[in-house]
Design a protein around this ligand. Structure first.
Ligand code: HEM
Length: 540
């Protein structure tokens, strides 16, 4: 009976094939074949690897087991930090967020994964997540990696050595006067806004903060602000391009090879808008500096980063050529402005949303003997005020400037997580500063509350207990990364943040503008907030 059926089946099949030649059932048969092939291919490509994967016992969303498209989709929506926090609430400290990617919420593993000791240094290498944040040079087709995007540990160490010292706290003190010039420019422009509208209408202070940080980066790198404060707008489109490019970087991190289709495609570049303009700007400044150096005029200004990079070129000729100088300037420009403005905006937003917090900041500054006549406030003074310290640290905790998972590959030999899950060599492990800063074991039940006081010594708390608590909080703080790939510009960023906030708090009252809408937080490659509408009035 069954063999008959089979034969009949075969007959039918033959019939269909033969009639297909005449064109009657062709589409049905061909469709069945295509669908079967597709199903088998999909099974082979997505399902079989999952069934065989050593990560299959790790919990996570269903789709993420099979494809990185899950992560790509949520990253593209600009709210991945919220999604991943929810996933950790559902699944616990280990979540599989891609076929080969696991997000972990173990603050105690920061030291190991990011290699904070010499022995562990560079064992857990950066993944392809970082590669896209480089630029393909239009003219030569070369991909220009920078200090951030270079994932080869040896090359990275070689590139970093000649310039690391220029980012120390002492070296950064040398560019403070350049920062002061830009703080003055910011206040000058804000004063015009205040007197222009009598402080009644709203202004988008967030925009002015972005202009401030980009102009600071221009001034400390090239001794020339980029001009956004002066023009009062994104006059050359660079800031919009930067936003779009960072959105693209965020999108591509989940599937880095796609970058060779869209951006680093040698045959026909499809998109996104590139940082070529910033490369061009850097090259222009470098050429100008060469010409100036050949002139007889004595340099009468403080050294800027370009001077330092050119000094490195002289001292380390085997590593630093002209292209490397461009790479260094690009690291400053790409990594330094939007990250910093994001933290300042968060601090202003949370200060003005809670009754009296902005005022308290001013009172604490004044209590420390810092008043409006001392503006721009010196970094040293600003750092001496514990409340400002608490405000800045809390701003970085509640919304870190980078809120995507920082990824590293598991090294040779694999690694077993505290949960007992084994991760083989090559697994991508992500640690997200946003997730870590919501770990209740570290921060307590009120993790979602903005509370600068958590960084200060509490009433009744003795010094030893406070120091222990502080150390615990510090060890879970990944805002600037950790270990050998820690943020090189941390001192520069902190100086901008502290000086900017202290000066603004002394000179202006800031309140939400009448009828202001809720601001929008976009988790791009860096966190970006839109719509910080405030009512600004001058105080002194
Ligand atoms: C509040 C502001 C900033 C934040 C939150 C921030 C955050 C970070 C983080 C998290 C990393 C490490 C990424 C990783 O390991 O996966 C990093 C690296 C880096 N940052 Fe920043 N950054 C800030 C400001 C700056 C500034 C102002 C500069 C330069 C002017 C800068 C330059 C760099 C560079 C060059 C690296 C790569 C360092 C290396 O791999 O050696 N950053 N940053």
């Amino acid at each position: 009976m069954s063999s008959k059926m089979t034969v009949r089946g075969l007959d039918d099949w033959t019939f269909m094939v033969s009639t297909s030649i005449n064109g009657t059932s062709v589409s049905l048969t061909a469709n069945l074949l295509v669908i079967a092939t597709l199903v088998l291919t999909l099974l082979g490509y997505f399902v079989v690897p999952h069934l065989l994967s050593p990560l299959r016992s790790i919990p996570g969303p269903f789709l993420a087991r099979y494809t990185n498209l899950y992560r790509l989709y949520h990253t593209t929506r600009g709210s991945f930090h919220l999604r991943i926090t929810r996933l950790h609430k559902t699944y616990g400290p280990v979540v599989r967020i891609g076929p080969n990617t696991v997000d972990i919420d173990y603050p105690e593993l920061i030291k190991l994964v990011f290699g904070t000791t010499t022995k562990q240094k560079a064992e857990w290498k950066k993944t392809g997540f970082y590669l896209s944040s480089s630029t393909r040079v239009k003219e030569t087709g070369e991909i220009m990696y920078n200090l951030f995007s270079q994932i080869d540990p040896e090359l990275h160490a070689k590139w970093k050595r000649p310039v690391a010292k220029y980012y120390s706290a002492a070296a950064v003190a040398g560019v403070e006067s350049k920062m002061d010039e830009v703080v003055d420019m910011l206040c000058h422009e804000l004063d015009k806004k205040v007197s222009g509208n009598d402080g009644q209408g709203g202004i988008d202070l967030g925009k002015w903060i972005v202009y401030y940080t980009w102009d600071v980066i221009g001034n400390v790198t090239f001794s020339q602000p980029l001009g956004y404060l002066r023009e009062g707008k994104d006059f050359d489109g660079t800031l919009l391009t930067a936003d779009k490019t960072l959105d693209y970087f965020a999108f591509i991190t989940s599937i880095p090879w796609l970058d060779y289709v869209f951006d680093k495609n040698r045959i026909m570049r499809i998109g996104p808008p590139s940082f070529n303009h910033i490369v061009g700007l850097s090259v222009w400044h470098i050429m100008k500096r060469f010409q100036e150096d050949q002139g007889t005029e004595q340099k009468s200004r403080d050294a800027d980063y370009l001077d330092m990079f050119l000094e490195a070129r002289q001292k380390w000729p085997e590593v630093v050529d002209d292209a490397m100088v461009v790479r260094y300037t690009l690291s400053n420009m790409i990594a330094g402005a939007d990250t910093t403005s994001s933290i300042i905006k968060t601090a202003i937003y949370y200060s003005m949303m809670a009754e009296g917090r902005w005022k308290k900041l001013r009172e604490e500054l004044e209590k420390a003997g810092i008043n409006g006549e001392k503006c721009p406030v010196s970094y040293r003074d600003a750092r001496s005020v514990p409340y400002l310290e608490g405000l800045v640290r809390e701003s970085m905790r509640i919304l870190p400037g980078i809120a995507l998972g920082l990824e590293r590959h598991v090294p040779k030999g694999g690694f077993t997580l505290p949960s007992g899950h084994y991760l083989p060599e090559g697994t991508a492990v992500a640690m997200n500063p946003y997730v870590l800063s919501r770990n209740k074991q570290i921060w307590g039940e009120n993790v979602d509350e903005f509370k600068p006081e958590r960084w200060l010594r509490a009433g009744g708390e003795n010094e030893t207990r406070y120091q222990e608590r502080l150390q615990m909080m510090n060890s879970a703080d990944l805002t600037f990364g950790a270990g050998s790939r820690m943020c090189l510009g941390k001192n520069l960023a902190l100086m901008q943040i502290y000086k900017g906030l202290a000066t603004l708090a002394l000179l202006y009252n800031v309140e939400p503008a009448d009828g202001a809408k809720e601001w929008k937080v976009i988790n791009s490659f860096f966190v970006r907030q839109e719509g910080l509408e405030v009512r600004l009035t001058k105080r002194v």
